[in-house]
Design a binder for this molecule. Structure first.
Ligand code: PEP
Ligand code: CO
Length: 483
């Protein structure tokens, strides 16, 4: 690995998941335009996230990383964005309540448009076509599969519109703890879930009343008109897989101090499981940016390879810089995670470990849908908690593919099986809207939130916490026994 890094040094390395554009001149015009456009996020925000992730590493906060597998340009609407943020806020409130730790929220949002694919081609209706690579590369329509560089510009502007709405929501009182019922909770049908959430909200209202009475919650006069107060705004960060290196390079800007570079397309970027080759272009690009980064760690990662990768991307062992996102599958986690944790410990690298229980648990239903079973997702989380605890490590967060999106009639998506709503194979077709991986819907996501929250509540109170699957399942009030 050469010591010289520049935003374009990745070009001298071999690149996995490359996209070939038929017209290179069009691509360079688009990239020149992107280089002129303003940054989406600021170095100060990125440094703030790095600091907060160092707190996660010290067990002083918990990380929630969540959102769509892939965003689409068509789904960039006011309603969808509000529903996504509402779910992230509801999930984090439940966690904060149980764990009594601040939650660092990173959305897979405002730029999560590119997808790696296992195969460059696929067969649709008997015809061999280029695989769909995400809205910033080509179209989902099988007749629109030629990579078009204009889509990178469109991705920038859709990211900007999304982020603008997110910032607007969060500074206008949407995140206010005084109105958590506004976060699209109304459509949750499960009485048990509603009851549990109401319980938290009531407890919170009491706590807020109490703080107000003793004067702990003060609002500056200018904040009163807009609904902003000390508990009315929250930190929120954006992320996407840093797959399209041309795009990432165009948004890489020198630090205001003159030393180092920031990727200003998102606060947090991650290297996918298919692009983490030690001598590859993605690792080369990622090693030079100041942003905190994630690395997907799956069953094909060797223990010593992980340690070497950490040496490359974080040679000075800076806290808050690296988040390892483990994604083995419920069946495989026991065979891989302990070795990976031990290898990282031996290397002396500071990392945050988070669990992605989605990507190792994908299957095809008998009805032909790409899906995931809630019980496998819970199974991987449960094993992950147990393994970390048993070898003196700690699970610092969770990475989920979920959505609070509703259809016009107010119904949530039906993409993953099970959960307290007991979604069956026959129901998958009702509202299967993902064009990529299946996402947990609002209720299934809250099931996960309560499970984690209850786990940390018991741990906090020093009670024996269940470490096996069945015990954690029963912590959800027995609802999952029906799944
Ligand atoms: C993803 O996070 O959507 C993804 C493709 O994950 P992985 O790289 O772990 O397969
Ligand atoms: Co995915």
């Amino acid at each position: 690995m050469s010591a010289e890094w520049s935003p374009s040094s990745w070009k001298s390395k071999s690149i996995a998941q490359d996209v070939t554009y038929p017209n290179p001149d069009q691509l360079s015009n688009v990239l020149s335009k992107l280089e002129q456009l303003p940054p989406l996020v600021t170095p100060a925000e990125i440094e703030r996230l790095r600091y907060q992730l160092s707190l996660v590493q010290r067990n002083e906060a918990f990380l929630l990383h969540a959102g769509d597998c892939a965003e689409s340009f068509d789904a960039c609407t006011q309603q969808n964005i509000s529903a996504k943020i509402g779910l992230i806020l509801s999930f984090s409130l439940i966690l904060i309540w149980g764990a009594r730790l601040p939650v660092v929220r990173i959305g897979r949002i405002a730029g999560q448009y590119a997808k790696p694919r296992s195969s460059p081609t696929e067969t649709i209706n008997g015809k061999l076509v280029t695989s769909f690579r995400g809205d910033n590369v080509n179209g989902l329509d099988p007749n629109d599969r030629t990579p078009d560089p204009q889509r990178l510009l469109s991705a920038y502007f859709h990211s900007t519109a999304t982020l603008n709405h997110v910032r607007g929501l969060l500074t206008s009182g949407f995140a206010s703890l005084h109105h958590p019922r506004d976060w699209s909770f109304n459509h949750v049908r499960s009485p048990e879930l509603r009851e549990e959430f109401e319980f938290i909200v009531d407890g919170l209202s009491d706590a807020l009343d109490f703080s107000r009475t003793i004067g702990a919650e003060r609002s500056a006069p200018f904040e009163q008109g807009g609904g902003r107060g000390t508990v009315g705004e929250v930190d929120f960060y954006t992320s996407h897989e840093g797959l399209m290196l041309d795009y990432e390079e165009a948004l890489t800007r020198p630090a205001p101090s003159g030393s180092g570079h920031y990727n200003t397309s998102a606060h947090f970027l991650w290297i996918g499981d298919r692009t983490r080759q030690l001598d590859g272009a993605h690792v080369e690009y990622f090693r030079g940016i100041r942003n905190p980064i994630g690395i997907k760690v799956g069953p094909s990662m060797a223990d010593d390879e992980l340690a070497k990768l950490l040496d490359v991307v974080n040679p000075s062992k800076e806290p808050g810089r690296i988040t390892l996102i483990s994604r083995y599958g419920a069946e495989k986690i026991d065979a891989h995670l302990p070795g990976h944790i031990e290898a990282v410990k031996r290397s002396g690298h500071p990392v945050v470990w988070i669990c992605d229980p989605m990507h190792g648990n994908t299957l095809t239903s008998s009805t032909g849908y790409k899906t995931r079973h809630f019980s496998a997702i819970i199974g991987e989380i449960t094993s992950c908690l147990r393994i970390h605890t048993s070898i003196g490590s700690r699970l610092g967060g969770i990475s989920l593919e979920f959505t609070g999106e509703l259809n016009d009639e107010g119904f949530s998506v039906t993409e993953c099986l099970g959960g307290s709503m007991e979604l069956s194979e026959e129901q998958l077709g009702l509202r299967y809207q993902s064009f990529c991986d299946p996402r947990l819907n609002f209720e299934q996501s809250l099931d996960v939130a309560f499970l984690l929250s209850n786990h940390f509540k018991k741990e906090r109170r020093g009670k024996q916490v269940g470490t096996d699957h069945d015990v954690l399942y029963s912590e959800l009030g027995g609802r999952e026994s029906k799944v």
